[in-house]
Design a protein around this ligand. Structure first.
Ligand code: NAD
Length: 335
């Protein structure tokens, strides 16, 4: 297949692109290489992808309407995995407007590209944050009413609603994947594992929110990639497929679905830090702080639907995954 991966220089996009190339697919990667975090890291990921057979890259912003329309028309891709977004819960409190262009206007450009170019399947990143606070455990797409408590989460929920609309109006098969706190090698410098590792190695204290009582369903990036790869090949069940014909609103139904992808095993932040201390062989100095605005006290994925559909559930232990991250960090930064 020829697959468009947006956000290919990003953490998850990089790993996914590698895997798709390994599997013999052709990958068109796009990214705007923005400065939300270290561009050097994004370029280093890209460097590994460029030069590989079957990979091509275009520096492009999702919000560039004409650029996106031209890309879709030119490339004629079979499937799209949309990972480009302004990520980060806390940053959406600081800079809310950054989320509008990439996550809403940008996502609309992706949907329009799929609509006008008969793309066979759109898989896109949603987030566990759409559930918000005060939900029943584990988080299930069936039982929970979503109450986003950050603008980031609201834009991810909006993506699901927009995808539903395009699936029902135009018959475009869409699958939304609610990722749960993803970590691993080449991980994001704005996320806890990276920040903690850097601070501990430099002997600085780490900020531990909700006094370390927060629970997260930490999910290893390799498991996320496995889930995405399996999902791409399975267009939503019962989908009429994309015929290009005008849909009949009376009879058509939406080839639309949403899955959680998480480890199904929430871990308290203090325990996560212990595992990191062991992997680093060094103790952390902790600044215990209250819960931050926009954060939720716990995330916990019900992954039964995903498992039933693709025969896979994430299972990498935090000991294994944190060990992989630390090994990469030490090698990459030479520390
Ligand atoms: P990331 O920030 O590393 O990757 C996103 C990439 O998209 C970056 O390289 C960035 O430069 C690019 N990008 C941002 N806005 C763009 C735009 N307007 N046009 C083109 N490129 C743009 O983040 P990630 O952790 O790899 O996350 C990938 C996706 O998964 C995102 O949609 C994110 O919201 C979602 N997600 C991630 C996590 C996680 O824990 N990492 C959890 C839930 C959801």
């Amino acid at each position: 297949m020829k697959i468009l991966v947006t956000g290919a220089a990003g953490f998850i996009g990089f790993h996914l692109a590698q895997r798709l190339l390994d599997d013999g697919h052709r990958v068109v990667g796009i990214d705007n290489l923005n400065e939300y975090y270290d561009v050097g890291l994004k370029n280093a990921r890209l460097k590994r992808l460029e030069g590989r057979d079957g990979f091509s890259f275009v520096k492009l912003d999702l919000a560039d309407r004409d650029g996106m329309a031209a890309l879709f028309a030119r490339e004629g891709v079979d499937a799209v995995v949309n990972l480009a977004a302004q990520a980060g819960v806390r940053y959406s409190v600081v800079n809310p407007y950054a989320y509008l262009d990439s996550n809403l206007a940008g996502f609309l450009n992706v949907l329009e590209g799929c609509r006008h170019n008969k793309v066979g399947h759109l898989v896109y990143a949603s987030s566990s944050s759409v559930y918000g606070a005060n939900t029943t455990m584990p988080f299930s797409v069936h039982h929970n009413v979503d109450h986003p408590v950050s603008l980031y989460a609201a834009t991810k929920k909006a993506n699901e609603l927009m995808a539903h609309t395009y699936s029902s109006l135009y018959g475009i098969p869409t699958t939304g994947l609610r990722f749960f706190t993803v970590y691993g090698p080449w991980g994001r410098p704005d996320m806890a594992l990276f920040l903690f590792t850097k601070a501990i190695l430099e002997g600085r204290p780490i900020d531990v929110f909700n006094y370390g009582k927060m629970k997260r369903d930490f999910t290893y990036v390799g498991d996320i990639v496995e889930g995405v790869v399996r999902v791409i090949g399975r267009v939503p069940a019962g989908s009429p497929g994309w015929s290009g014909a005008d849909p009949d609103p009376g009879t058509s139904f939406a080839p639309y679905r949403i899955y959680n992808i998480g480890n199904n095993q929430p871990v308290e932040l203090l325990r996560f830090i212990e595992v990191l201390e062991q992997a680093l062989g060094k103790e952390a100095k902790k600044n215990l702080l209250p819960l931050q605005a926009g954060d939720v006290p716990e995330t916990y994925a019900d992954v039964d639907d995903l498992t039933a559909e693709v025969g896979f559930r994430p299972a990498t232990s935090i000991e294994e995954g944190v060990g992989q991250f630390v090994a990469w960090y030490r090698e990459y930064y030479g520390v």
